[in-house]
Design a protein around this ligand. Sequence first.
Ligand SMILES: [Zn+2]
Length: 113
Amino acid sequence: MSTKKTQFNNGKTYHGSYLVHKGNLKGATDTDYFYFFCPKCPEQYVMRILEYDIHEYKENNPYNDQVKIKAKNGFTLVFKLYCENCKHIDFTKISNMGLQGMSYDKFMKHKIE
Ligand SMILES: [Zn+2]
């Protein structure tokens, strides 16, 4: 058994497919844990998270000068998702450096543009 840390996605480039774009990757919480539902199979299987990594990190959040409450830093996490049902593999990112504070309605209009 190796203790060597492997590179995220074995060092290969990664980007979420069109299946996760424009609001098509959905999820939900049970308690406070968040789960992603497969965007490919009709069963919308709960996807496993195979790996995560820090995609980007900044000591200073680039939006702090535009808001009253400051974020401690800037980060983007990436997750490699896998569906046991249909074998689909995809990627998604969670970041505090993307869209900043807008209503649900405005976001839903934004995402399809
Ligand atoms: Zn699936």
